[in-house]
Design a protein around this ligand. Structure first.
Ligand SMILES: Nc1nc2c(c(=O)[nH]1)N[C@H]1C(S)=C(S)[C@@H](COP(=O)(O)OP(=O)(O)OC[C@H]3O[C@@H](n4cnc5c(N)ncnc54)[C@H](O)[C@@H]3O)O[C@H]1N2
Ligand code: MOO
Ligand SMILES: [Mg+2]
Length: 426
């Protein structure tokens, strides 16, 4: 047996590992990145690096919920339509002002929505159900209905008590979180640095997106897709183009990319073909290969290696396999680097919307579309979910997990799905 045959044998003998095990192996090398402070306006979509505890109660004072009069409810208990209670108006409190006097029985304060309720008051009555009278140089407010204590007042600390945990570390900052941060005066937000992720494709058949189509060639659709996926996951994509199927070239490109980035993602050349150079590259003894076969479809040839403590994720060139490989392995790695509390895609239970007859000895991650009907979630497999198919990626908002033992699935069967980020495509 000559040397080339030896190498070939080695190439074909791959030890397939389970998806969960493969995920655990890559996630072990996903270290959370350092903390940076960003202005509040830039923090949406980032992951909070430190928990936020309420620095003061919210609201910070007893707040009026209506434009009207702050009163003492007990003063109104005897009044009725014929016998109104007369309360002397001793203060006028616009929003943003501080009351100048405490209420005592028989008094009231004119107050606007959002203003601080004076001490002594325990209710606010809407302006519309009051009457005003001036007498002896004093102003009175008349009420003809008993009022309940507590009405139209939001007590101090109603929403949050001082010191209460509001936002845990690892939370993806969204609009509601921004409101909380703003309310507490947190104008610079501590988040984890975004990972810089190098992306390049291998394949002598690849054309750049702006090139005219040529015989036997295809446009490189995986790189732009990966760029979008990296951004969606919160990483900073660094596009390193495409290289021909040349081992030397790939070696130096990977080396360079690993030196200056937090993670390197490649697509193509991981199977057993003559030009599958990424597969050859990770078998070289310059680093540790984490796996080069996973018991899943698509993406069974997804490969991962570590060099100098950094991860190289070599995804399949087949577009469907590249997409699924990213979702299962690259996304959790990026999420962990960002300090996300939940790095894995959420797993839901759904009903099959249609039959799925294909069976496999590997777990299948079937691209599918979700529909919510009568409070139940239905997953409809995409027309063609083969590894090589590109066009159904856009029609998918989840991946149905079809276990290897499933002898086909029927409409109505309960299945586990992985919810993909973003809206339901409908
Ligand atoms: N003899 C065997 N052949 C194959 C096996 C096997 O076990 N034995 N596995 C098959 C499976 S499964 C898959 S998946 C593919 C994996 O292929 P590679 O990851 O090595 O990818 P390539 O060979 O580079 O390309 C495959 C396919 O995808 C197209 N491609 C590649 N890169 C891009 C890109 N950036 N944008 C768009 N399209 C791309 C490429 O033109 C090919 O058509 O191997 C099977 N073969
Ligand atoms: O490895 Mo392929 O993507 O399983 O079909
Ligand atoms: Mg190949």
């Amino acid at each position: 047996m000559n040397n080339r045959d030896n190498m070939q044998d080695h190439k074909f003998q791959r030890k397939a590992i389970q998806v969960k095990e493969a995920q655990a192996r890559v996630m072990q090398y996903a270290k959370v990145l350092g903390i940076e402070e960003v202005p509040l306006s830039q923090s949406c979509g980032r992951y909070l690096a430190e928990p936020v505890n309420a620095p003061h109660p919210f609201p910070a004072f007893n707040r009026s919920g209506m434009d009207g009069f702050a009163i003492i409810a007990a003063d109104t208990q005897e009044c009725n339509a014929e016998n109104p209670v007369w309360l002397e108006v001793i203060d006028n409190i616009p929003c943003g002002a501080v009351p100048s006097a405490d209420l005592t029985p028989g008094t009231a304060a004119r107050i606007m929505t959002g203003a601080q309720v004076p001490e002594g008051a325990d209710a606010v009555v809407m302006i519309e159900i009051t009457e005003s009278r001036d007498r002896d140089g004093k102003t009175f407010v008349l009420l003809r209905k008993p009022q309940l204590a507590g009405s139209n007042i939001t007590p101090r600390g109603f929403e949050l008590k001082e010191g209460q945990l509001v936002l845990p570390a690892g939370r993806l900052i969204a609009a509601g979180d921004i409101a909380v941060l703003a309310a507490f005066g947190i104008h610079m937000v501590k988040v984890h640095r975004r990972p810089k992720i190098a992306i390049f494709a291998t394949g002598s058949e690849l054309l750049a997106v702006d090139e005219p189509l040529q015989p036997g060639k295809v446009r490189n659709s995986n790189s732009p897709m990966l760029e979008a996926l990296v951004r969606e996951a919160g990483g900073e994509a660094v596009m390193l183009g495409a290289i021909a199927d040349d081992l030397e070239l790939a070696r130096s490109k990977v080396q360079m990319a690993l030196e200056t980035h937090d993670l390197v993602i490649t697509t193509g050349g991981v199977s057993v073909g003559d030009y599958d150079i990424m597969g050859d590259l990770v078998r070289e003894k310059t680093g540790e290969m984490l796996f080069n076969k996973v018991t899943m479809r698509p993406g069974s040839v997804t490969t991962a290696a570590v060099r100098g403590g950094k991860l190289l994720l070599a995804l399949s060139g087949n577009p469907g396999a590249c997409f699924v490989g990213f979702q299962l392995f690259a996304r959790p790695v990026i999420s962990l680097m960002l300090g996300a509390a939940q790095p894995l895609l959420p797993e839901w239970t759904a009903f099959m919307g249609a039959d799925y007859t294909k069976v496999n000895n590997y777990t299948r991650f079937v691209r599918a579309r979700l529909e919510i009907r009568d409070g139940s979630i239905y997953a409809y497999p995409a027309g063609i979910d083969e590894s090589s198919v590109m066009v159904t990626i856009k029609d998918s908002d989840c991946l149905i997990i079809v276990p290897p033992e499933a002898r086909g699935l029927a409409a109505g069967d309960r299945v586990k799905i992985l919810k993909l980020p973003g809206e339901i495509v409908g």
